[in-house]
Design a protein around this ligand. Structure first.
Ligand SMILES: [Zn+2]
Length: 397
């Protein structure tokens, strides 16, 4: 396909279940600029490690003769400002993304750095270029700010402050250099992808080339990590190895996403769903639902509908376990399905790529599809979507 993907409509809001799942992965710092800021639990570990290595090694080496308390204070201030720099870098990407109409629900600080959750890929190369370049620009500005502050401290003969700010300027510069490597999903890779996409109009090919560069670079990091480990450099070797592995999987999944997006482009849920699926009438007692559906057919969830096909909810196997067995003959399927709100429902007009995204984010296997009158028209499963993608990938290769 030799064209740019057309803009897809805004994705429907995520179901509450998915929101809860994401909140569990870390500590919520607060909401600024409509973006939720999270600290992943892994972050606390890396913060302690960075403070420790600065306070016991780097700072005493460069500025000897101080009390340990001074080094710990310097290490803590430097580390927290470093992670603030990463947040600001991600905020740079995010604010530009929001201005281009792509919402950013959250920014999370992980052990590996920051991750801005850009809700979907940009629809044109110019937007991609702007979003990709905003983060490194913020980091470059921080390099200048920290340099100036280091000069100020030098001027005021505050060598402790000068050292902290010099270190911050250096790590921010390293961040810019690392991100300039033209392998997707690094910022440099996104810039290169946007440029190739702009020239050729081929999004998938641009992603293919830059993700190959990304995978190649991640192998360099992995091999470097192994050799550093063998040479006795445990800390550094491990960091190279972890970043390399992380980058490799991100580059590969980035290409797969681009592929699915292009294949699913223009395809609607209505084209791929199972229309008129097997349903349980809402007045069916649970005991009968178990015998006639769960034990007779092989599905783990069934849509429950009223007589007029109004959708009440999905009845999942796990909901049954929450109801005592002796109550099954007196409990209606409709009540149980409806009470366990969080059944995932999408309108029949939803695009197939949005449906896949919702399924993946929610970690669910199936979605109910309804029409404008809330009547059930079908069921779409993750299997339906992935199968469609697989068939097309194989036909084209
Ligand atoms: Zn970035």
């Amino acid at each position: 396909m030799n064209r740019e993907p057309p803009p897809s409509p805004d994705p429907p809001p995520l179901p509450p279940e998915a929101e809860k799942d994401r909140a569990r992965s870390g500590v919520l710092l607060g909401t600024f600029f409509d973006i939720r800021f999270y600290l992943d639990y892994s972050w606390f570990f890396i913060v302690a490690l960075v403070i420790y290595s600065l306070a016991t090694y780097l700072f005493p080496l460069q500025l000897p003769g101080h009390d340990p308390a001074v080094y710990i204070t310097m290490g803590t201030v430097a580390t927290l400002l470093f992670f603030l720099s990463i947040l600001l870098h991600e905020l740079g990407h995010s604010l530009v993304s929001q201005r281009c109409g792509i919402p950013v629900p959250s920014i999370t600080l992980l052990f590996i750095g920051g991750v801005a959750e850009i809700s979907r890929e940009p629809e044109d190369p110019a937007t991609e270029l702007k979003i990709a370049i905003a983060g490194p620009l913020v980091s470059l500005a921080l390099v200048v700010v920290f340099r100036v502050m280091a000069w100020g401290c030098d001027f005021a003969t505050l060598p402790e402050g000068a050292l902290v700010f010099k270190w911050l300027a250096t790590v921010n510069l390293l961040l810019v250099i690392f991100n300039a490597i033209p392998g997707y999903p690094l910022d440099g890779g996104r810039v290169l992808r946007a440029l190739i996409w702009m020239r050729t109009g081929r999004f998938r090919q641009a992603t293919f080339i830059t993700s190959r560069v990304g995978v190649g670079f991640s192998w360099v990091l992995i091999i470097l990590g192994v050799f550093t480990l063998l040479g006795g450099g445990w800390g550094q070797g491990l960091i190279f190895l972890v970043i390399g592995i992380f980058l490799k999987s991100a580059a590969e999944s980035g290409y797969n996403q681009a592929l699915s997006r292009e294949i699913l482009d223009g395809v609607g849920v209505a084209d791929l769903m199972t229309a008129n699926p097997l349903t349980i009438p809402s007045s069916t007692p649970l005991s009968l639902a178990v015998d006639d559906y769960f034990l007779t057919h092989h599905h783990v969830a069934y849509p429950v509908v009223d007589e007029d096909w109004r959708f009440r909810g999905l009845l999942r196997l796990e909901f049954l376990k929450a109801v005592p067995r002796e109550k099954w003959p007196y409990t209606l399927s409709g009540e149980v399905a409806e009470a366990n709100d969080g059944s995932l429902v999408i309108p029949v007009e939803t695009s197939a790529s949005n449906a896949l995204r919702i399924l993946l984010v929610a970690g669910q296997g199936r979605l109910a599809v309804t029409d404008s009158a809330q009547k059930l028209v079908g069921i779409i499963t993750r299997h339906d979507l992935l199968h469609f993608i697989r068939i097309h990938t194989e036909l084209e290769s």
